[in-house]
Ligand binder design. Sequence first.
Ligand code: GAR
Length: 208
Amino acid sequence: MLKIVVCVSGGGTNLQAIIDGIAAGSITNTEIVGVISNNPGVKSLDRAAAAGIPAFVVRPKDYAVRDDFHKAFLDKLAELQPDLIVLAGFLVRIPEEMVKRYPGRIINIHPSLIPSFCGTGYYGLKVHEKALERGVKVTGATVHFVNEGMDEGPIISQKAVQVLEGDTPEVLQKRVMEEAEWILLPQAIDDIANGRVCMENGRSVRKV
Ligand code: GAR
């Protein structure tokens, strides 16, 4: 059984897709052992509670310096002993130490086709604002293993989504979630849980 911890910051629709996938049996061999949010009072925490999953808030503001926040966050992770950490709309830069501690065991969902519209400053709705500003006709989502870089880790899967005339960032975000994110992330977890995907020598490898 793959024990996963899901890290969130806000609405938690990707967290919900994982919860629903496990309940429906489209994600197998997987248990969510905890949810960690950097924000109190967000809908993600209600979703975890409704599913009976232990949820924790580790908030940067509660610590005098960043290092102390990182330590508290890493301590909480260590306590939960995850096999895999899923960044599902976790909009905080993770501690470098975390990548060292969990090599090939952290994945992230990003709402664009990496390497477009990613890196520092590209998160949440901002990604879709930038895509619309640039006038791309196709965008999408990417699931990748996390390495030391920002959105630079080995790509596991990607799915393209059409940009339509008159799209607002909100409308585009919703389409990317519905047509790509909520499909790709549960699939990637199921693939990892069942040994079909792993990280080897800095690459994402799919076993046939
Ligand atoms: C999602 O679109 C996710 O891809 C994005 O934040 C949103 C969270 O929504 N993540 C990033 O931008 C990471 N760089 P959710 O809380 O409803 O899952």
